[in-house]
Design a protein. Structure first.
Length: 127
């Protein structure tokens, strides 16, 4: 579990961001239910995009999904998109495990684990 948690790279100060601590309002119930379905793999939800204004609970729900997957022994990686893009950009200047190619390969492997195979089948790209 500790190895999975370290790989996940959850932001500091987010230990409280769980499903149990999420305040579900009428406006957020659909997003909450979809997040729980994805985390538990109990429904048809195999991917999730959350869009809203600030302070609506997107980060809380995404971190809760990561935490639930980690509890179940499933690898997860939290990535704030601007930082992810910066990490990939830095990789162009690095070699070995820190190179762009190595980082991109790790990202793609996680994408495969996140059930993005539907996209691969629809585009004809190799998995």
């Amino acid at each position: 579990m500790q190895r999975l948690l370290a790989y996940c790279e959850l932001p500091a100060g987010t230990a409280h961001m769980t499903f149990e601590n999420f305040k579900v309002s009428l406006q957020l119930k659909e997003a909450y239910d979809a997040a729980v379905q994805l985390a538990e793999e109990t429904g048809e939800t195999s991917w999730l995009t959350l869009l809203s204004g600030t302070d609506r609970g997107k980060t809380h729900l995404l971190i809760a999904i990561c935490r639930r997957w980690l509890q179940r022994g499933k690898p997860a990686r939290y990535a704030y998109v601007p930082l992810l893009l910066e990490e990939l950009r830095r990789g162009f200047q690095e070699e070995g495990d820190r190179s762009y190619a190595a980082r991109f390969d790790r990202f793609i492997k996680m994408c495969h684990y996140w059930h993005w195979t539907t996209w691969e089948r629809s585009t004809g790209l190799p998995g």
